[in-house]
Design a protein around this ligand. Structure first.
Ligand code: GTP
Length: 633
């Protein structure tokens, strides 16, 4: 490893949308540098695309679609299990260079990890499919890369396909990213055409890392894998100093100490080198037992020689919460054990025990986003054979009291904001900045805008990405949306309304005041106090989310979504508008799981009795709304 000082090292990643050819390009780079053998025709397995679930489902090669997107995100989530980082050596004019390809998850559910893995790079290839054009996910990752000062090498892929339109897509890249079309490389990762020029550009355009050998050891942890036998394997980038096998190291974040038992590079399989020099990228094993100990963005130093940690360390924060309950309550212990084992490999999930009157004992889990949640649920079912119900996802709310601020992630912890003694000043909800890129705007633009407005969009804007004819051009629509609006059915609706021709992405945009209302309604004839979050208003209808406050014994403490057939004024609704107040409980439980639980309970006498009471909610004439926290709306 001493043969590779900083000036011959290049650390880079590939930013690409699903199926734009990231794995194929990575394979070509590995082949051209002699890191792996050129494939024989019968062996088409991609080296860096190893994820089992993807192989089993034959996802690679799927046309761009939401199904593909789903599985691709699934891969992103499980990249915490298998990262795709590889080192290769490329010799130009007799001078050997060490090129480290560092993988980045491509979705903003993992925004923090994207930003951290890019922090280990000095450059990135921005890979765009010359038949598909720019997609929403690439834009947000591009901006993160740009903010970090990375050198971007734009690459157009799949130019071998007859449907490719390199000039048009290059113009799109110019208008979206401000890239000069003459800097764009045109390649076919499949046939290998133009890939040699990519290697050359990596060496010529990307600056080398700056590291100093005789400074104290400073290593940056950017990813980790979990190995059943060896525990956590951390992927690191040595910033300064030399890391050796046997070194005693300390984590800046946890202050825990470890002894380095293995050091090496991914080439692309693990190759033990015994040391890693400044600027180099590789793996270490150091008896870390749980993934939660390997904090992405952590700095490691030699024990007794402290260094400044990388700036801005933030632990991952959960943005979407849901309760997971066993269908059969006797299975709780087994379920909890499975969840704990699964979180060993996915450090970003938070767990808390929870119990519900109707659903029994369960766990409340926090996820980075809804897709992360779906991936976790699917893995729990597939890998641990768990038979579960998952409740409607909720987001964390910020309750601002006169003297303090409290984060609430469980509706049951919601304070009684209607009680003046509660001293609640305002309730805020998380919002995101959303981008939707879609084709055929003449047909779909109105639909997309409608969809956004019906989900409480604000600051809506749109512009065209290229100057094609109105029928074939692409447009980007941006707006702010409450996160709670996209945790339920936003993806499905987007897919339906755009006929699959839209890509969607979002990033965290802080919190804003939300509309909470107090109401009283009748449930099976009995008055029930409730809190409603008015999520959508129009002259004809108001959609409210209701938290049942004084719980009727039989109702699980869940969030209900109800259409309320009444107009709501700013402060209190006029009584005469409160006709035909009828609301059906529509989303008490998430997806098809609700029916499964019902079915299961139907087999139990007691359950039958319990579930029967899940009926129609009647809002009486006397129902009233007192909107709180409506500042600025
Ligand atoms: N014709 C053609 N097909 C390509 C090219 N590059 C990739 N493909 C095909 O496009 C599909 C997707 O390529 P991948 O390399 O798996 O794409 P990816 O970006 O890694 O996709 P994910 O792994 O799902 O993120 C595969 O069927 C490839 O064979 C190319 O240059 N030309």
């Amino acid at each position: 490893m001493e043969d590779f000082p900083c000036d011959v090292i290049r650390n880079f990643s590939i930013i690409a949308h699903i199926d734009h050819g990231k794995s194929t390009l990575a394979d070509r780079l590995l082949e051209l540098t002699g890191t792996i053998q050129k494939k024989t025709s019968g062996n088409n397995q991609q080296v860096l695309d190893k994820l089992k679930v993807e192989r089993e489902r034959g996802i690679t090669g799927l046309e761009y679609s939401f199904v593909g997107l789903y599985f691709w995100l699934m891969k992103c989530a499980t990249q915490t299990v298998k990262a795709q980082t590889a080192s290769m050596v490329h010799t130009v004019d007799g001078k050997s260079h060490l090129l480290n390809l560092i993988d980045t998850p491509g979705h903003v559910d993992f925004a923090w990890e994207v930003s951290r893995s890019l922090a280990a790079c000095q450059g990135a290839l921005l890979l765009v499919d010359a038949t598909q054009g720019v997609q929403a996910q690439s834009i947000s990752v591009f901006h993160v890369a740009k903010e970090r000062g990375l050198e971007i090498i734009p690459v157009l892929n799949k130019i071998d396909l007859p449907a490719s339109q390199p000039e048009r897509i290059a113009a799109q890249m110019q208008s979206t990213f401000g890239i000069d079309p003459s800097n764009i490389l045109q390649i076919s990762a499949k046939t290998g055409k133009g890939v040699e020029a990519v290697l050359q550009a990596i060496i010529e355009r990307i600056p080398p890392p700056k590291g100093v050998t005789d400074k104290p050891l400073k290593a940056f942890l950017f990813d980790s894998l979990y190995d059943r036998y060896r525990g956590v394997i951390s992927l690191i980038n040595v910033q300064d100093g030399i890391l050796r096998k046997g070194d005693k190291i300390t984590s800046c974040h946890t202050r825990k100490r470890y002894e380095v038992t293995e050091v090496g590079i991914m080439h692309p399989e693990e190759v033990h080198t015994g040391t890693l020099q400044p600027g180099q990228v590789g793996f270490i094993a150091c008896n870390m037992k749980e993934s939660s100990e390997a904090h992405i963005g952590d700095t490691l130093h030699r024990t007794g020689e402290p260094v400044d940690s990388m700036p801005g360390f933030q632990p991952t924060k959960a943005m979407v919460y849901a309760g997971i309950f066993p269908v059969d309550s006797n299975d709780f212990i087994k379920l909890e054990e499975s969840i704990k084992r699964l979180t060993l490999t996915d450090r970003s999930v938070t767990i808390q025990r929870e119990s519900s009157t109707a659903l029994g004992q369960g766990c409340r889990l926090g996820f980075l986003g809804t897709l992360h949640m779906d991936v976790f649920r699917q893995r729990l079912e597939d890998e641990y054979d768990a038979n579960i119900i998952i409740t409607a996802p909720t987001v964390p709310y910020k309750v601002i009291y006169r003297d303090r601020t409290v984060m609430i992630s469980n509706p049951t912890e919601f304070p009684d904001v209607t009680d003046p003694a509660s001293k609640v000043k305002e309730v805020q909800e998380p919002i995101v900045k959303a981008s939707i890129i879609h084709t055929y705007p003449t047909e779909h633009l109105g639909e997309m805008m409608d969809l956004c407005f019906s989900h409480r969009a604000e600051d809506l804007d749109h512009r065209y990405l290229d100057s094609g004819t109105a029928l074939s051009s692409r447009a980007i629509l941006t707006c702010t949306l409450p996160l709670s609006e996209i945790v339920t059915d936003f993806f499905d609706q987007l897919k339906g309304r755009s006929s699959g021709f839209a890509s969607f992405d979002y990033e965290d945009a802080g919190y804003r005041a939300s509309n909470l209302a107090k109401m009283v309604f009748l449930l099976n004839g009995k008055p029930v106090d409730a809190l409603a979050l008015i999520v959508h208003r129009s002259a004809q209808q108001n959609i409210g989310r209701i938290w049942v406050k004084k719980l009727h014994k039989v109702i699980p403490r869940q969030l209900f979504e109800v259409p309320i057939q009444a107009a709501v004024g700013k402060k209190i609704i006029a009584r005469e508008n409160l006709s035909a107040l009828r609301a059906d409980v529509t989303a008490g439980l998430y997806g098809g799981h609700y029916e499964r639980k019902m079915k299961h309970l139907e087999n139990q006498k007691e359950g039958k009795r319990r579930m029967k009471k899940f009926g129609t909610v009647e809002l009486p004439q006397e129902a009233f709304f007192d909107i709180l926290g409506s500042k600025g709306r």
